[in-house]
Write a new protein. Structure first.
Length: 53
């Protein structure tokens, strides 16, 4: 018989889940930073567009 390695598959699935979580955290940080820097400008542009309609 062939000997199968005793590596749990849940460790690999957990690693993928952690990587997706880190990517999601990075996207959220970038979104918050961009809203912080460009929030007032975008708000002014939307106000101008809203008042012209």
């Amino acid at each position: 018989m062939l000997a199968l390695p005793l590596v749990p598959r849940t460790a690999q699935a957990g690693q993928g889940l952690v990587e997706y979580g880190l990517i999601l955290v990075l996207v959220v940080i970038v979104a918050i930073a961009s809203l912080t820097f460009f929030g007032a400008t975008v708000s002014g542009m939307l106000s101008t567009i809203g008042s012209s309609v």
